[in-house]
Write a protein that binds this ligand. Structure first.
Ligand SMILES: NC(=O)c1ccc[n+]([C@@H]2O[C@H](COP(=O)([O-])OP(=O)(O)OC[C@H]3O[C@@H](n4cnc5c(N)ncnc54)[C@H](OP(=O)(O)O)[C@@H]3O)[C@@H](O)[C@H]2O)c1
Length: 335
């Protein structure tokens, strides 16, 4: 795929991720000759700013992809399952942000800093990993390369923007209502999210875990190309607007001291070691919002196992967890 300029489409352009995709395409000066913005009929005629212009949003339809070179999909699995094959049939390469194709053996699942080479095998669809998986794997990869990871225990603290724009409104609305002694409205989550944490992200499976927890385990193995890594996750939704934090416990085959771990993490592109507890320096969700890098702190040894490490990892779910990673995949495609 070599051209001077590309026709790019964003499917789900009015959503939390879609809007961020448009911003990231502009910020990184992606060589787009045209940007086609697609969403549901609810948004038809709405406008989204791109390069000093307000572009109209069109309704997603079967003929939306004529002449489109690259489509960034971010409108949920149902839309991806239906429209991604149609787009591929029109000659478009699809970068899909939903979970629809992530575990499909024919579809590469890419974090450019980790497994860029896997993009070679694509046949029209490339999947973007789950937002909590991306932050985690960015931190695991250099540790795996240095000391081989055997097992990971991760607990996530995931922001409401990970659910989308309606969830952002729900947290804001409930917070305002409660501080004004009014009743709250619950539409997105089964329980109050304001001033509360919900150990429940995506639906529950027969094994007692949620789909989100299993996505983290399965996607990590696929991206790291190592089925031997055992990973167990507990995913928690917290009343934070933006950025996912993760408490990560790792067991490695070889010993990796805290200082060695700090050094290998610091050498990983896209990772920033932010770790000086004596000065109260550790990654925070509020400070990481809007940033591209994955921040790692609280790096310390866990002496309850032979070779153990603890980390605290924070990344912006809308940027590296979604839009930025998708645009980086598009950049790989045209490289
Ligand atoms: N939020 C995150 O951090 C994150 C991270 C990784 C992956 N993802 C994935 O990205 C996707 C979007 O997430 P989001 O958080 O951006 O959700 P969102 O804020 O709810 O936005 C959903 C987008 O999809 C569009 N859409 C919904 N139904 C549609 C239909 N029938 N036809 C065409 N467009 C339709 C919406 O258009 P209207 O405005 O017209 O309704 C909107 O643009 C999901 O698959 C999600 O799993 C999200």
């Amino acid at each position: 795929m070599k051209k001077d300029k590309y026709v790019v489409a964003v499917v789900g352009a009015t959503g939390a991720v879609g809007r961020e995709m448009v911003s990231v395409l502009e910020e990184r000066e992606f060589p787009a000759s045209e940007l086609v913005l697609l969403a549901s009929e609810r948004s038809e005629g709405e406008r989204v700013g791109f390069r000093n212009r307000n572009l109209p949003v069109k309704k997603l339809a079967k003929d939306s992809f004529q002449g489109v070179d690259i489509a960034l999909f971010s409108a949920g699995s149902e839309r991806s399952l239906k429209f991604a094959p149609i787009a591929v049939g029109s000659g478009t390469v699809v970068i899909d942000n939903s979970s629809a194709f992530r575990m499909d053996l024919k579809v590469p699942l890419i974090i450019p800093e980790v497994n860029a080479h896997a993009i070679e095998k694509h046949s029209g669809i490339i999947a973007n990993p789950n937002c909590s998986t991306i932050g985690l794997v960015m931190a695991l990869k250099p540790i795996h390369d240095a000391a081989r990871i055997k097992r990971v225990v991760v607990t996530t603290f995931q922001s409401v923007s990970g659910t989308g724009k309606e969830a952002i409104d729900e947290l804001a609305g409930q917070t305002v209502a409660l501080l004004n002694f009014k009743d709250i409205e619950k539409k997105v989550y089964p329980h109050q999210i304001a001033f509360n944490c919900l150990p429940h992200i995506d639906s529950f499976l027969e094994n007692g875990s949620t789909k989100e927890e299993m996505k983290m385990a399965n996607e990590t193995k696929k991206i790291m190309e190592d089925d031997s890594i055992r990973l167990t996750a507990t995913c928690v939704r917290v009343p934070v607007f933006r950025c996912h934090a993760e408490a990560v416990n790792i067991e490695t085959e070889k010993k990796l001291g805290a200082n060695e771990a700090r050094a290998v993490l610091a050498g990983m592109p896209g990772v920033v070691v932010y770790d000086d507890p004596s000065r109260n320096i550790y990654p925070l969700q509020l400070e990481t919002a809007g940033k591209d890098d994955v921040y790692v702190g609280r790096i310390r040894e866990d002496d309850t196992v032979l070779n153990g490490l603890n980390l605290w990892v924070v990344s912006d779910n809308l940027r590296k967890g979604a839009a930025l990673n998708a645009v980086q995949i598009a950049e790989l495609l045209i490289r």
